[in-house]
Ligand binder design. Structure first.
Ligand SMILES: [Zn+2]
Length: 259
């Protein structure tokens, strides 16, 4: 019964989605090539998702940063971009985006099971996610992504890919998918990941950022950045991965317009 009341109260507290006004939407089209390049139907869905996101999630600037309305709409748009096909439930289970002015230092400890060694240290981060917790982004890195929209980097998409990965409670580089697609995804991603790791271990140059070789979950997040920023490069380097991501995210807004 208590659960029922909590659910009812939860519903009562949910703010209604705000539909973005025409001028605000136009400003996003003008400033974000990843939005302008979407199909009309994807844009309609994205506009609705952004309104829902702004009503539903808290965007908290920190460390002296101030964010105006347009900056908040840009953050919302970038966080919703990966769920245009998947739907708003892809952003389920968390409620806050914390935004630092620039890259931020985070204290990390890592437990290595085979050796039992805990390594501790400070890291410079452009973004991170906490399971069941916030998405953390650097505004400086978002601006850098905006300055070079086809350079292979899109920090907000990277972090939302981690959130999609975590939806099933397992951080393994695979979001929840229908069973047959899931099986093919795991096979294709594992094979592409193993090839990349072998290239990195052999000291060869790689077509995509070698950071993707650090783990299957980073591989998925980094490839997601390429899908939105450099899809032709991704399709040439990792065709099977590119096809899965096109199915998950929809056609890349940066695809060459020739075909
Ligand atoms: Zn990551």
């Amino acid at each position: 019964m208590a659960g029922l009341w909590r659910r009812l109260l939860g519903l009562a507290h949910r703010s209604p989605a705000v539909e973005l006004g025409d001028a605000d939407w136009q400003a996003l089209l003008d400033h974000l090539p990843w939005v302008a390049g979407l199909t009309d139907s994807a844009q309609t869905r994205l506009r609705h998702l952004i309104g829902r996101f702004l009503a539903d999630k808290t965007i908290t600037p920190t460390a002296g940063l101030h964010l105006d309305g347009e900056q908040r709409r840009i953050i919302a748009a970038l966080c919703c971009l990966p769920v245009v096909e998947y739907g708003y439930h892809g952003l389920h289970g968390w409620s806050e985006v914390i935004v630092h002015p620039d890259t931020f230092r985070a204290h990390r400890s890592h437990y290595d099971e085979p050796t039992g060694v805990v390594t501790e240290g400070e890291e410079e981060l452009a973004g991170e996610v906490w399971e069941h917790g916030p998405v953390v982004l650097s505004w400086g890195d978002i601006e850098a992504d905006l300055a070079e929209p086809e350079a292979g980097f899109l920090v907000a998409v990277h972090e939302i890919a981690h959130k999609l990965d975590l939806l099933d409670g397992v951080f393994d580089g695979t979001p929840p998918l229908p069973a047959d697609w899931h099986r093919r995804w795991v096979t294709d991603f594992q094979s592409a990941f193993d090839t990349l790791v072998a290239q990195v271990d052999a000291g060869h140059d790689t077509a995509i950022d070698p950071y993707a070789a650090s783990s299957p979950e980073e591989f998925f997040a980094v490839c997601s950045e390429y899908h939105f920023t450099a899809p032709d490069l991704l399709a040439a380097a990792l065709p099977a991965v590119a096809r899965h991501l096109e199915r998950l995210y929809g056609r890349s807004p940066m695809h060459s317009r020739l075909d």
